[in-house]
Design a protein around this ligand. Structure first.
Ligand code: GDP
Ligand code: MG
Length: 602
């Protein structure tokens, strides 16, 4: 194979516009898998992907295809569709020269179409605009071509039409991939150098990597090293993914291959694998760091499971490099971790995978976004080295007296909605503290609205609310807009005068009274009555904003049993004792552990 016969591409689209279905068709056409529905969505390998119908991990498939009597190697890098996984998309585009941008010929341009289009543009990728689902009776290719022209200035003549389901137009599409997308621009003669775009863990072979070869070639047995450390390694495993492994002896620049250096061979996303002769610092590529948008605590259901959970989290974090894991502890929940995620769906998928792939049961605390604060006279406050610090856990917010300025993360939200819902969508965005940007028409029925919104107002239930107020017709996507000054305070909860760390939250001042009332009311409902009266207060800088009182009540589980049945009585007492173990006591008040998890959820 020569580099002029290699094409590396991705399929990008709004969720449900047909990426996985198209990937299956491409694999069939190239003889990689046998036609038939049994192989449905072969690239969606994880259980969670099949269950949720979304793609989480980007997976690769190398396809053979003959065009004009020339053999081509087409590397399809499947990418996830959801906003949370945008950075998996970003990562896979580093190995691509072009994308197939699928748009449902019935639904038309959606918010994520806008997002993936701008991503492809920013990375100078060739875009093959493709309408899918043209078999549907309600498909309207001309209308959608006009939308593509008005939103992206795409020439209608360059738009392909396919049905991934029926297999229409697939051949023409593959030919467009060969003719329109350029060959990889790489240095075939130089020393071997490869960029790691994915890693996963194999029980017997250690860490396996998906690598894009940027220069030179690589063979099994070759001496290599990682850019991140200079220790010598040897390439032990080399394979094409079709998507099943097909071992090969050699791979050249421009290829996307699986490499492994054995159980101690290492490897991580963003690192580079180098020929052993290459100097460590020679033209290193820099990968922009992942931005964590949502943080939550994870704790073992039982402390005895801490080592098992630790092991599982480590393995999963290796495959899902987008998570940030730091140890954390809480009086109520014990030893655990604070984990940074790209978004809420990412958080859900991570915990679901933990459960399904590693059989680890974990408790999850309410998610929060990171905040930033600028400190007064930072040098005087010894424990902080810099001027500005990022606060990922409200407990670690410095004292208000030491803070000069608060910042919260904002995003630019893109909403594409039918015109009749503009009013409802606008009210929702204003209610969520949004500031409008200029709107533009997609066509005479659909409008694109953009708002600058605080991330904290978006991560929890914005998407669900948007869907429900627009009967499911509006789509939403967001991109990071950085930290902006904001008016924030830390709200603490006192139980009979004692501070409960786990229940502190950072809130916008306009939300303070509402949140104070809501949280104290909810706690009153959730804390069981005690032998003494319990005062629940929401406090900011020593000032009480809401207060609830839980009346005293003497609870004796055996009171109704008149002597007689000793075993029943013993059993009840034992149950009560076990129940007590899962309690945290604050100022002699016993609070069920679940309270700490549930009370902060919306
Ligand atoms: P993804 O989220 O982009 O990966 O989308 P999928 O490939 O999972 O497809 C979403 C849904 O659209 C599935 O129910 C597919 O069967 C359906 N679908 C995909 N392509 C076509 C098509 O060309 N025609 C029709 N009628 N349905 C399709
Ligand atoms: Mg899919």
């Amino acid at each position: 194979i020569e580099v002029s016969r290699i094409r590396n591409f991705s399929i990008v689209a709004h969720v449900d516009h047909g990426k996985s279905t198209l990937a299956d068709r491409l694999l069939e056409l190239t003889g990689t898998i046998k036609p038939g529905t049994e192989h449905a969505q072969v690239l969606d390998q994880l259980q969670v992907e099949r269950e949720r119908g979304i793609t989480v991990k980007a997976v690769t498939a190398s396809l053979n295809y003959t065009y004009n009597n020339e053999k081509y190697l087409l590397n399809l890098i499947d990418t996830p569709g959801h906003v949370d996984f945008a950075n998996e998309v970003v990562r896979s585009v580093t190995a691509c020269q072009g994308v197939i941008m699928l748009v449902d010929a019935n639904e038309g341009v959606q918010a994520q179409t806008v997002a993936v289009h701008s991503l492809a543009k920013r990375n100078n990728l060739t875009i093959i605009p493709t309408l899918n689902k043209v078999d549907l009776p309600r498909a309207d290719p001309d209308k959608v071509k006009a939308q593509l022209n008005s939103v992206f200035k795409i020439d209608p003549k360059s738009v392909l039409s396919i049905s991934a389901k029926k297999g229409w137009g697939i051949q023409e599409l593959l030919e467009a991939v060969i003719c329109r997308i350029p060959q990889p621009s790489v240095d075939s003669k130089g020393y071997f150098k490869a960029h790691i775009i994915d890693t996963w863990h194999d029980k017997y072979r250690g860490i396996l990597c998906l690598a894009y070869i940027q220069s030179g070639k690589v063979q099994v047995g070759q001496a290599v090293k990682w850019r991140s450390d200079s220790k010598p390694h040897v390439v032990k495993f080399l394979a094409l993914l079709r998507p099943n492994e097909e071992p090969i002896d050699e791979a050249i620049a421009g290829q996307v291959v699986m490499v492994g250096c054995g159980p101690r061979g290492g490897g991580s996303v963003g690192d580079q694998l180098l020929d052993k002769e290459l100097a460590q610092n020679e033209d290193a590529v820099t990968v922009s760091p992942v931005k964590h948008m949502v943080y939550a605590g994870i704790f073992p259901a039982d402390q005895s499971q801490h080592p098992t959970l630790n092991d599982s989290i480590k393995k999963l974090a290796l495959n899902d490099y987008a998570v940030a894991v730091t140890p954390d502890s809480s009086p109520a929940l014990g030893q655990g971790w604070r984990i940074g995620f790209l978004g809420l769906l990412h958080l859900e998928v991570f915990t679901q995978r933990l459960l399904q792939e590693y059989k680890a049961e974990a408790i999850l605390t309410a998610p929060s976004v990171p905040y930033k604060v600028k400190l007064k006279g930072a040098k005087a406050i010894k424990q902080y080295k810099g001027e500005e610090i990022i606060v990922t856990n409200p407990v670690h917010l410095p004292d208000a007296n030491n803070i000069e300025e608060y910042y919260e993360p904002f995003v630019i939200g893109t909403i594409i909605t039918p015109v009749e819902y503009i009013g409802a969508v606008t009210s929702l965005c204003i209610d969520r503290r949004g500031t409008p940007l200029p709107a533009s028409a997609v066509d005479d029925r659909m409008t694109m609205l953009q708002y600058v919104l605080p991330l904290s107002e978006v991560v929890i239930d914005f998407h669900d609310t948007l869907k429900s107020i627009t009967s499911g017709f509006a789509s939403f996507d967001y991109q990071d807009h950085g930290f902006h000054p904001s008016s924030l305070v830390r709200m603490d909860i006192l139980i009979n005068g004692m501070l409960v760390d786990e229940l502190s939250t950072i809130v916008h001042t306009s939300r303070l009274e509402y949140n104070a009332r809501r949280l104290t009311e909810k706690l009153k409902e959730m804390i069981p009555r005690q032998m003494v009266q319990v005062a629940i207060q929401a406090v900011v800088n020593g000032k009480v904003f809401a207060r609830e009182t839980l009346k005293a009540y003497r609870k004796d589980v055996t009171a109704k049993l008149y002597g007689g049945d000793v075993t029943r009585r013993k059993k009840l007492l034992k149950q009560q004792a076990e129940g007590k173990k899962k309690m945290r006591s604050v100022a002699n008040i016993r609070i069920p552990r679940d309270t700490f998890i549930d009370v902060l959820k919306r």
